[in-house]
Design a protein around this ligand. Structure first.
Ligand code: ADP
Ligand code: MG
Length: 262
């Protein structure tokens, strides 16, 4: 049932070596607004190993999204080094970054970012649109990814016909369809009620158990407790970085929460 088998990950160098999958050294990010410069990251150094599940926390404006955008190859640091599977990606150009992003990174956002006039299946297929994969194979992979998030039955539904939690699950399926090395999620539960949030964490924990490396931004300590490691940002620095003491198991927590009718 789980398509997230270890095959794709076993081929990845990071999974077979002792190198961290993500290694960030002294990265700084300055947004140049002409008259002012915003120092969003002021020297961040961190390693993340394959199979980790990291929660990024910190006040609004502390640099979390800037950090995630750099990890996800959506943006480049002003200075410092970013090694992704030991390859220095900090100085790559936009096109090269886009290629790496497409192959290695799955991104999930707070606002789901689905195309409204497009079905769940078509939304999930999107990252494959310009790949060499045949149309039939695109559909097969997208159905597998939807199955993985428990939405196989809703493949033909449009976003407006889905609940917030279901829309976020489509967004997760879309992020998984390329079998990425890392899943990055920026406040993925920010728009969801508490039970639905835990359901999303249940999916993340399942994917993580199957070997996927996950980095998730949240401002909710209750959500961070489902991760293995919490990193707290403050004013563009890492203020704390610690293992989560006996992480909560989402499937267990769900048993104690009331169900909401769809
Ligand atoms: P967080 O996600 O923790 O709320 P951000 O990384 O979004 O923090 O922002 C860190 C700082 O950088 C903030 O002061 C924010 O206003 C600024 N910032 C973020 N993105 C941009 C941008 N594109 N242009 C200018 N300033 C930005
Ligand atoms: Mg943010």
């Amino acid at each position: 049932m789980a398509i997230w088998n270890s095959s794709s990950l076993a081929e990845a160098p990071a999974a077979t070596s002792h190198l961290p999958v993500i290694s960030v050294r002294e990265i700084r990010k300055i947004y140049d607004l002409g008259e002012t410069q915003v120092h969003a990251l002021r020297g961040v150094t961190v390693n993340i190993k394959a199979g980790d599940f990291v929660a990024i926390m910190g006040a609004s404006g502390s640099g979390k999204s800037t950090f995630m955008n750099i990890l996800g190859c959506l943006d480049r640091p002003t200075s410092g080094q970013y090694l992704l599977e030991a390859k220095d990606v900090s100085s790559l150009h936009k096109k090269e970054l886009a290629a790496i992003r497409n192959q290695k990174i799955g991104f999930v956002f707070q606002g789901f970012n689905l195309l409204g006039r497009t079905t769940a299946l078509e939304n999930t297929e999107l990252p494959l649109l310009y790949s060499r994969v045949t149309k039939k194979e695109q559909e097969r992979r997208a159905r597998e990814a939807l199955n993985l998030v428990g939405l196989a039955q809703r493949a033909d539904h449009f976003p407006s016909q889905l609940s917030g939690g279901q829309q976020q699950r489509v967004a997760i399926a879309r992020a998984l369809v390329n079998k990425p090395l890392i899943l990055l999620a920026d406040e993925p539960t920010g728009n969801l009620d508490s039970r639905t949030s835990v359901e999303i964490m249940e999916i993340f924990q399942k994917l993580n158990r199957e070997g996927l490396t996950i980095v998730l931004v949240t401002h909710e300590p209750d959500i961070a407790r489902f991760s293995k490691r919490a990193i707290v940002f403050r004013d563009g620095h890492i203020k704390r970085d610690e293992l989560v003491d006996s992480p909560q198991v989402a499937s267990e927590v769900l048993k104690t929460m009331p169900t909401i009718e769809d």
